[in-house]
Write a protein that binds this ligand. Sequence first.
Ligand code: ZN
Length: 162
Amino acid sequence: MALRNIRRQGDPVLRKKAVPVTRFNEQLHRLLDDMVETMIKAQGAGLAAPQIGISKKIIVLRDEDKILEIINPEITESEGESIDIEGCLSFPGLYGEVPRSARVAVSGQDRGGREIRVSGEGFLARVLQHEIDHLHGILFVDRAVRLYTPEELQNLARKDKS
Ligand code: ZN
């Protein structure tokens, strides 16, 4: 396994539409292992392949202590609405208030090419939508209704407590 470089805001690969994966081979498995390692090292909740410069439909994410890998993910159902703060490994030090669906169901494939279905709500639903957006060249700043620096976020948390 190897750590990959995370592409930052302004890198054109983040705006490209990713292509579907057709070969479920050793090369894909190595890429998935690297993505998981890179996500964990960066303390991210999820990572999409374009974020390491690979314009393919692949996402990995953490669901509590479980790792999810979804190849060619598509949102098949979405329901409700939720606004919360999120960030992105490609935008260090920036946070935004982003409206998302509260619950989603996603279909895709596992690393062996078998059909899988993942459904989630709350934080998991948010991460799924954020990562799938990356595959369409959409970034959280496009959807954010407000952006925050870390200092502003801290002030906000302080206000919430008082
Ligand atoms: Zn992101």
